[in-house]
Design a protein around this ligand. Structure first.
Ligand code: C2E
Ligand code: MG
Ligand code: MG
Length: 724
């Protein structure tokens, strides 16, 4: 059984019940917009009028199947209630944004998460703004139509009047709501009505003292004077244009001007009749609406919308035209915001915006804010190859002077991605993506610099990005697999163990080596679950070999550990767990840690390794010799194996081998042995190398000479061969 919901419209007495909260919302709303309405209602009447609109918004917020379109009607209803000022719209959106969820959030039958409510609220605002703007436009159009109709009537009346009586003509003239003037064909003004005088600033003399063809304005449309000439010559009956004039105080009056030719009773051109409708305010309103829609409220810079319009224009194919784009992101802005607060952050952005603005003032240049601490500067023209470098340099220079905020001097730096090219080749989205990637390259190189886009780097970054996002699902879908490369005793060539090396069988790119994705997995943290899987899988595999191969001593498994895994608090517990569940003894496992991961390691970092070593797990120092570690430090580390990097082996390719190389390896081996460390060499590719390394005292080896990394059953086969 369900409890029927309270029918809307029935007020409940509880002030903090749903109805009370709804009313609170309507009160706040009415308080916010009443001052900017032109309504004849009193304030309480107005609030009463808003209540059903508030209820409609609340119902939309809670609708089972969400649909924001009814909010459109709420926007239109505001216009119908004479809330036509742009402030009324922005205040309404502000109120809906801050209070709708707060007061009406819990009112409905549908349980909504905060996130859902916010998302719905945002879409409601969009629909409301859309309804408002559309209604306002329709209203303006119908007003225009009414005026145009009255102009037409006036014109035919005027014509009749001219042919009829002077008295009636005067009456039409005086009463008309639009400006009317009559001039002869030379342009001398003969008659004007009061409305026209008022439109021009109230001085009749000001209007009469000029001939019609002297009212030239720099923003005149290119056709207006051509039409005029045609009309006075009798070749045209009328024309309509939008035309600006100067009032007597120098301000500009915008009009919709309609001029008609008046002929005498024989049909010869005699007078011109002008009807002028004042459109100044409507134009200002439109400009203001457009300005608000295309500028950033905080800094006053053009916003994303306007920037995209310009960029698209710049990219449209035009012979010989090029574009240059600087995409700027401040370095470390988040830290400033977090430490000094958002108000200080905002002031900093305003200062940065001012400085940037002064960098892009040449014709064809624009500066815009895309959001947050991201800005762009665009330049267009035939020679942007040079211009864009200068522009990027100017921007860095403009940021170089510290900014004073609350008595502190803040040094603001930025990273800029620069993209330049001919028009007509790329879309705005492509250009922006390239600029974004390039900006990150500038940041990765240390920031406070600009980098130039290049197609290859873009492509690399894009696949890197693609791989990074595909990684988590790849682990779930089992796209990783492990190859094993045998470790061999240099003394007798017997297989002593194997190193587990992970690969990714990517659905599009095929098999990828660890160099392609381990750094990405480390960066995103996925290395921890991936590394855990490698450990589990290879320990399970080693145990399987162990069971099949009882003679010749235990077979060992080497598993690589990333720095991120080393830092992970459950490394020891998980390793113990994996070993216990598989039944493999700890002495058969060797964890490989790179030398560079242990340089400068403190006791906290070494503790888990030490615990594992105490349990009997071997720790190998991988890629030894590449990380410049202090040899004296080896004593501190809980390692039992040194894996000499491949570069040493490569040095032995030549015959005879470089004696200095040989001395170095010999030195390392004797030092290692004196510290009780075994030495494994990597990358053995020839028999000569193997022999050389054996003579130098190395214990075990790994390399293509013995086997490439391969499927687990290959190791099994090698073991069997050994046994024979
Ligand atoms: P690494 O641990 O030094 O592994 C040895 C690398 O040398 C392997 O490359 C192996 O295929 C290659 N190699 C072996 N013998 C020869 C040879 O004779 N000549 C040449 N030129 N190369 C040889 P791979 O498989 O591409 O692995 C690269 C690195 O990726 C590894 O270096 C290791 O640091 C890392 N890695 C591989 N698997 C894992 C894993 O499961 N976890 C982590 N964290 N890292 C892994
Ligand atoms: Mg290794
Ligand atoms: Mg290595």
């Amino acid at each position: 059984m369900s409890i029927p919901a309270q029918p809307s419209g029935v007020p409940d007495a509880e002030p903090d019940g749903p109805e009370g909260r709804l009313r609170r919302f309507a009160t706040i709303w009415s308080r916010a917009i009443f001052p900017s309405t032109a309504t004849s209602m009193t304030r309480p009447e107005f609030e009463e009028h808003l209540l059903p609109l508030a209820r409609a918004l609340s119902d939309i917020l809670h609708s089972r199947v969400f649909d924001a379109t009814p909010a459109h009607r709420v926007g239109a209803a505001l216009v119908a209630a004479h809330c036509t000022d742009p402030d009324a719209l922005s205040s309404s959106l502000g109120v809906v944004d801050s209070y709708l969820v707060l007061y009406c959030g819990g009112n409905g039958p549908v349980e909504l998460s905060t996130e859902d409510s916010r998302a719905r609220c945002a879409r409601i605002q969009h629909a409301l703004a859309g309804g408002f703007t559309q209604a306002l436009r329709e209203r303006t159009l119908s007003e225009q139509e009414a005026i145009a109709r009255s102009a037409l009537t006036a014109r035919s009346h005027a014509e009749q009047a001219l042919h009829a009586t002077e008295a009636r003509f005067r009456a039409v003239f005086k009463d008309a709501a639009i400006g009317i003037g009559i001039a002869d064909l030379e342009g001398n003004i003969l008659e004007i009505n009061d409305t026209l005088t008022r439109m021009f600033g109230g001085l009749e003399n000001h209007v009469r003292s000029h001939k019609v063809n002297e009212w030239v304005h720099p923003e005149d449309s290119p056709y207006v004077w051509k039409y005029y000439d045609e009309l006075v010559r009798g070749e045209r009956e009328h024309y309509s244009v939008e035309k600006p004039y100067y009032r007597n105080d120098g301000t500009v009056l915008w009009t919709n001007l309609t001029v008609s030719l008046l002929r005498d009773s024989e049909g010869r051109p005699e007078y011109q009749l002008a009807l002028l409708e004042d459109t100044t305010e409507r134009r200002l309103l439109n400009l203001r609406l457009r300005y608000e829609a295309t500028h950033d409220a905080l800094t006053g810079l053009p916003n994303r919308t306007l920037f995209f319009e310009r960029l698209e224009k710049a990219l449209a194919p035009r012979e010989g035209m090029r574009f240059g784009l600087c995409y700027l992101d401040l370095d470390g802005f988040k830290a400033i915001n977090d430490s000094l607060g958002h108000a200080a952050g905002d002031r900093l952005l305003v200062e940065v915006a001012d400085r940037l603005q002064s960098c892009g003032t040449a014709p064809g240049e624009m500066v815009a804010r895309l959001g947050g601490d991201e800005f762009v500067a665009l330049t267009t023209g035939p020679r942007t190859q040079d211009d864009v470098h200068e522009l990027a340099g100017r921007i860095l220079l403009a940021l170089a002077t510290p900014i004073r905020l609350d008595g502190r001097e803040l040094t603001v730096r930025g990273s800029i991605g620069v993209v330049e090219g001919p028009s007509g080749e790329r879309t705005a989205a492509e250009v922006l993506r390239s600029a974004d990637i390039t900006m990150y390259r500038a940041k990765a190189a240390g920031g406070n610099r600009f980098a130039l886009a290049d197609a290859e780097a873009d492509a690399r970054a894009i696949t890197r990005h693609g791989l990074t996002t595909a990684l988590p699902a790849a682990l779930d879908r089992g796209e990783f697999f492990i190859e094993y490369q045998p470790l061999v005793h240099l003394g007798d060539g017997s297989v002593h163990g194997a190193e587990a090396l992970v690969r990714w069988c990517h659905p599009q790119h095929g098999v990828l080596g660890p160099d392609r994705f381990i750094p990405l997995a480390e960066h995103t943290g996925l290395i921890v679950p991936l590394g855990r899987w490698v450990l589990e899988e290879s320990v399970r595999q080693a145990n399987f070999w162990q069971e099949r191969h009882t003679d010749g001593g235990p077979l060992r498994i080497n598993v690589n550990l990333s720095p991120a895994q080393l830092h992970h608090p459950s490394l020891v517990a998980e390793t113990v767990d994996v070993l216990e569940r598989s039944g493999l003894e700890p002495g058969a496992l060797c964890l490989e840690v790179t030398e560079s991961a242990l340089i400068g390691a403190d006791d906290d970092l070494l503790k888990p390794l030490r615990q594992l070593a105490e349990m009997g797990v071997d720790i190998a120092l991988d890629d030894f010799g590449t990380g410049y570690s202090n040899l004296a430090n080896l004593r501190r580390l809980p390692v039992s194996v040194l894996k000499l990097d491949r570069s040493f082996t490569q040095g032995m390719q030549h015959h005879p081998a470089d004696p200095v190389d040989l001395k170095i390896v010999e030195g390392i081996v004797s030092l290692a042995h004196s510290l009780d460390l075994a030495v494994t060499v990597e990358g053995v590719e020839t028999g000569a190398q193997a022999e050389q390394l054996r003579q130098l005292g190395c214990d075990t080896a790994q390399g293509w000479y013995y086997a490439r990394p391969g499927a687990p059953d290959r190791i099994h086969a090698l073991l069997l061969a050994d046994a024979v």
